[in-house]
Structure formats: structure tokens, C-alpha cells
Ligand binder design. Structure first.
Ligand code: ACO
Length: 437
């Protein structure tokens, strides 16, 4: 094998540069030495949307988009979805290893014992409008937790971080359930520490007058698996927001609020809701060809299809499709499933989608499951955020403890005006009148 370097010739100057290669990457800063004149800033890379830029080194999640592989800390997602629980997977993501029985018991105890929220949070939850979007409420309330836990700003103290991590994972389900109950005009239901993490969440969502809520085991497990599938996905939009905002050394509640805000968007966590709106718009199977024709003409997208990284299949979509059968056996079949399956079948055979390597992603079927479980569409991104919290935390902690990381601060290619002099309002008005004439 040759040398682990890249030789670049600048044809403007004829100069040659030898740049080290490490892990199949070059350091963007190594390009800075490439200049025509010494006073120049130096060469940069231009990469809108970070299509080909690694912003960090990470040991958390591995994705091979061409082969449809997703692994957390080396464990295939298929094995975790089959054998693990969300709480155990969260431990794995954050600590790097699966826990021993003792470690898992302690971890579970700590998360359970941090689910209660301060009574004042209920008060500002009440302040939201009756039809407030629960994801908007979650973004607001999770950020507000920083005002209750002032010690959270001690981010460089590992013991302190641990406490905030218990709080974040524990309270996400409580805030999410309270946001839901508020939007339904229902009294808040408190956590029950005897239940599993997803069971407790279901309890806070659906408990009515019964003294003890018993979650349906199939739905409880389905939710657990959905949380596992959404737990991390390396440097996606919301995780990049978590790392970017966290790099300013703000407390983790504020950083999670930023990450959750990123997840709120229709191209990210809002996509499964968009799938259901799309299926409603299509209405019935006969309308699918006309819908596909419109998509191909650039009039809208096939929501739940395509992925920045997966260009073969999304392994999470495979697991979810199977999970849907278990859920529908309990809840009854979601009538939109037939349209979704036919839509997928037609799209997968169509040259437009084949050429662009567009396949069903995790969101194509997840919305159908959530809807069958009686979750309103507005709650879908909230469910995503609960699962993704452990990934955000793992990535945030890795960023904080990485000596190569600094505050995130990208560069730009400035293409605006050169320096020009300020004109008074009068002078500007004269110019405007002249150009109007
Ligand atoms: N329907 C129709 N055409 C599509 C779709 C789609 N869902 N996705 C991509 N394309 C087309 C683009 O128009 C583009 O076509 P062109 O080459 O003729 O211009 C080509 O495929 C490449 O697409 P890009 O937008 O460049 O791909 P990118 O990697 O930037 O986008 C994304 C990925 C945002 C997921 C995109 O596929 C999309 O918008 N999908 C629908 C929304 C969705 O399902 N999001 C969930 C993602 S998974 C998650 O967040 C958990």
C-alpha cells in the first residue's frame, strides 16, 4: 500500500501540497495552507448541508447506508430490537457497554426515581393554549427544566452529568404525557415506578379512574421497540443541533430543547405525520398512480421515502413493518395500511425511485402503528424525541469529553457586497425615486 497522504497540486500556482490521510479523511484545516498570495485566508471546503463532512469522531453508532446496516456500539439494531429494552439500550449508548444486572437495576431505579416533575412545571404547562402542539410544549418545557436544576450547568463534572442524564431520560416521558393530557383537557396522571419505562409512559397517557393502570403487554413492547429503533442515528439534524448547541457549554436541558426543535421539522421527526396526511390525501388505492405521477413531476414528495444515508434499505423500516402486524393484531388493522403497502409496492418498481435509490424509511410505517395505538398525529414527533433523548445525551457527552472538539463555528463563502458607504434616508429615497422613473 502507498503512503497515507493526499497530494494536491494548486494549478493557480503550480505548488504541490502533501496532506495526511487519517481514517479516510483529510483535515479541512490542512487545506488552509493552500494560498495564491500569503495574505489570503487560505483554502476551505464548501459543503452545504454537510453532505460529505465528518464533524466528529464517534464510537456510538455505525451506519452503512448502502448495505442497510445500523449498529449501536457494535450491536446490530435487529438484535437490540429483538432482545433488549429501551432502558438497557439507553445505558449501552451512553456508557458504551451493555450493563451487568446490578448496573441495569441501578440505572432503571435512577431513571424511575427521576420521572416526577416540579409542580410549577404543571403550572406553565397549563398556560399553553388548549390546542397547543404537544411537540411545541415539549420543546418549551424541557428547555425550562434548566431553570429548576441550576446545577445542570456544571457540565464538566461527570457525577453531575449523571444526575442530569437520569433527570432527562426520566422526565421526558412525564413532560410528553403531560403535554398530551393538557391538549386533551385531561388531568395529569403521575408516574408509577412499578411499571416499565414504556409502560409508565402509557400509564401517564391513558390512566383514567382505575387505581392501577395495566399497559397491554404487546403495545408496551411495541413502544419499547420503537424507542430502541429511534434511539440514535449518528450525526442527523437533531443530533448535530445537540452537539452544536452543546458545544457552547450550555446545560443539557437547553441543548435537548434545541435538538427537539430540530426534530420538530417535517423533513426529520415530522415525516411520519406527513406520511399520514399524504395517505389521507391519496384516499384510496386507485388514486396512487396519479399521486406518483405528481411526485415525479416535482409536485410534492413521497413522504416516508428516501434518506440522506440509507441508499438501499432502512433496516428500521423492516423491523417496523413486522412490528405493525403485532400491533394491528391487538388494535385492529389501520385502514391506511393497504394504501401504504400498495404505494410502496408501486414506488419500488418505478424507475424514478429506483434511479434515485429511494426506499421506505423508518417513518413510512411508524405513523400507522402510532395511529393504531391511538396516538394523535401531533404526538408522533414527541414519541421520536423520547427515544432519541438517549442518543442525544450519548453524543453530547462524547462531544464534551473529546479534546479535539471546540465550540461549533462553521465558515462561509461570502458573496455579498464589498464595503460601501452608508447613505442617509433622504439620499436613499432619491435613488429609489430615480430608479422608479
Ligand atoms: N419523494 C420524491 N422524490 C424524492 C424524495 C421523496 N421522498 N426524496 C428525495 N427525492 C428526490 C429528490 O427530489 C432528488 O431528485 P433530483 O435528483 O431529481 O433532484 C433526489 O431524490 C435526491 O434527493 P435529495 O433531496 O437530494 O436527498 P437528501 O439526501 O437531501 O434528502 C430526505 C433526504 C430529506 C430524507 C428526502 O429523501 C425527503 O425529503 N424525504 C421525505 C421526507 C422523509 O421521509 N423524511 C424522513 C427521513 S428519516 C428521519 O428523519 C428519521
Amino acid at each position: 500500500m502507498g503512503k497515507e497522504t493526499l497530494t494536491i497540486t494548486d494549478n493557480r500556482t503550480g505548488k504541490t501540497y502533501e496532506i495526511p490521510i487519517q481514517n479516510d479523511t483529510i483535515k479541512a484545516l490542512d487545506l488552509r495552507q493552500i494560498k495564491v498570495k500569503p495574505e489570503e485566508f487560505g483554502m476551505m471546503t464548501y459543503d452545504p448541508a454537510f453532505m460529505n463532512t465528518a464533524s466528529c469522531k464517534s464510537k456510538i453508532t455505525f451506519i452503512d447506508g448502502d448495505k442497510g446496516i445500523l449498529r449501536y456500539r457494535g450491536y446490530p439494531i435487529e438484535q437490540l430490537a429483538e432482545k433488549s429494552t429501551y432502558v438497557e439500550t439507553a445505558y449501552l449508548l451512553i456508557h458504551g457497554e451493555l450493563p451487568t444486572k446490578e448496573q441495569l437495576d441501578d440505572w432503571t431505579f435512577q431513571i424511575n426515581h427521576h420521572t416526577i416533575i416540579h409542580e410549577n412545571i404543571k403550572k406553565f404547562m397549563d398556560g399553553f393554549h388548549y390546542d397547543a402542539n404537544p411537540m411545541g410544549m415539549l420543546v418549551g418545557t424541557v428547555g425550562a427544566l434548566s431553570t429548576f436544576y441550576k446545577d445542570a450547568k456544571e457540565i464538566h463534572d461527570p457525577e453531575n452529568r449523571k444526575k442530569q442524564i437520569y433527570r432527562l431520560i426520566g422526565k421526558m416521558i412525564t413532560l410528553s404525557a403531560f403535554a398530551f393530557r393538557h391538549s386533551k383537557g385531561m388531568p395529569y396522571a403521575y408516574p408509577d415506578n412499578e411499571l416499565s419505562y414504556p409502560g409508565n409512559f402509557l400509564n401517564m397517557l391513558w390512566k383514567m379512574t382505575e387505581s392501577k393502570f395495566k399497559p397491554h403487554p404487546v403495545l408496551e413492547r411495541a413502544l419499547d421497540v420503537l424507542f430502541i429503533l429511534h434511539a440514535d442515528h449518528e450525526q442527523n439534524c437533531s443530533t448535530s443541533a445537540m452537539r452544536g448547541v452543546g458545544s457552547s457549554h450550555v446545560d443539557p436541558f437547553s441543548a435537548v430543547a434545541a435538538a427537539a426543535a430540530a426534530l420538530y421539522g417535517p423533513l426529520h421527526g415530522g415525516a411520519n405525520a406527513e406520511v399520514l396526511y399524504m395517505l389521507d390525501e391519496i384516499g384510496s388505492k386507485e388514486n396512487i398512480p396519479a399521486f406518483i405521477k405528481n411526485v415525479k413531476e416535482g409536485k410534492g414528495k413521497l413522504m416516508g421515502f428516501g434518506h440522506r444515508v440509507y441508499k438501499n434499505f432502512d433496516p428500521r423500516a423492516k423491523i417496523i413493518k413486522k412490528l405493525a402486524e403485532d400491533v394491528f393484531a391487538v388494535t385492529g388493522r389501520n385502514p391506511k395500511l393497504d394504501i401504504a403497502m400498495e404505494l410502496e409496492r408501486i414506488a419500488l418498481k418505478d424507475e424514478y425511485f429506483i434511479q434515485r435509490k429511494l426506499y421506505a424509511n423508518v417513518d413510512f410505517y411508524s405513523g400507522l402503528i402510532y395511529q393504531a395505538m391511538d396516538f394523535p398525529i401531533d404526538m408522533f414527533p414527541v414519541l421520536f424525541a423520547i427515544g432519541r433523548t438517549s442518543g442525544w445525551i450519548a453524543q453530547w457527552q462524547e462531544m464534551l469529553t473529546d479534546p479535539e472538539q471546540k465550540i461549533a463555528r462553521p465558515r462561509q463563502v461570502y458573496l455579498g457586497y464589498e464595503s460601501r458607504d452608508y447613505q442617509s434616508l433622504e439620499e436613499r429615497s432619491k435613488v429609489a425615486v430615480k430608479s422608479a422613473v
